[in-house]
Design a protein around this ligand. Sequence first.
Ligand code: 5GP
Ligand code: ZN
Length: 113
Amino acid sequence: MDDCIFCKITGGEVPAKTIHRDDDVIAIEDLNPQAPSHALVLPVRHHATIVDLMRDEPALAARLIAVASQIGLDLGGEQGFRLVVNTGDHGGQTVGHVHAHVLAGRRMSWPPG
Ligand code: 5GP
Ligand code: ZN
C-alpha cells in the first residue's frame, strides 16, 4: 500500500525503532508513547484491520498476538501490561494497517477514553 505509513516502515522507507522483526511480524516503538513502554506489533503484509487479518490470514493473527504477548512479558514482567487493537472509527484506529498496542510500565485505568 503506497500511502500506508506502516508499510513504509516495514519496507524500510521510513525509520522506526525496531524491537522485533521476522518475515511476518514487526514490532516498533510508538512515536507518541502513552506509557513508559509502548510498542506496536504489526504484520509485515498490509491488512487494514484485525477483522481483515482474521478473515484473510488467521494464522498470522495468532502469530501477531503471540509476539505481542511475549513483548508484553518482556516490557511489563509480572506487573503486567495492556494489549489493545483499536478497530475502525469508533474503536479509535488512526492508522489503517492493523497493529496491536503493547503498553506497560504504569498502572492502566478502566474504562478507556
Ligand atoms: P491507532 O490510533 O491506529 O490505534 O494507533 C496508531 C499509533 O501509531 C499511534 O499510537 C501513533 O502514535 C503511532 N504512529 C503513527 N505514526 C507513526 C510513525 O510514523 N512511527 C511510529 N513509530 N508510530 C507511529
Ligand atoms: Zn500498510
